[in-house]
Design a protein around this ligand. Sequence first.
Ligand code: RB5
Length: 159
Amino acid sequence: MADAPTGSKPRVVVASDHAGVEIKLAILEAVAADGFPVEDLGPETTESVDYPDFAEAVGNRVAEGTASFGVLVCGTGIGISIAANKIPGIRAAILYDDTAARFARIHNDANVAVFGARTMTVDQIVSRLRIFLNEPFEGGRHAKRVEKISQLENKPPRP
Ligand code: RB5
């Protein structure tokens, strides 16, 4: 079967920690099958790794604009989303159901989808990711709120 054309679709970068390696492979396959240009940023094996390193790899690619969307997987999705959200410009959201997947895009303009390998099935993850990658940001009143999120990156903590 010929490859799906990838020219017009946004680039997606995917990474996990050791807990998410198998699910990462299923994600890469599904995203490529849907015609998105997609890159695997590791890890390659299930040897124990530190999830902040992979959150950083994906977050930097999205923040610098060489990828439009990131996908991250750890055991629960929690550690890797906390780490990714430390990178300026990253809005990482754990997609705990289909509605969250939709609203993370249309209201929050999330640019990194996060999943828990120990808390979600492959089918749930692929369904949520397909929703996420195909929903546009609605803008309007939500743009002001997303801008306020960005401003928090530069605000010193109050005493
Ligand atoms: C690794 O065992 C685990 O801590 C990690 O995958 C993740 O669940 C952290 O939030």
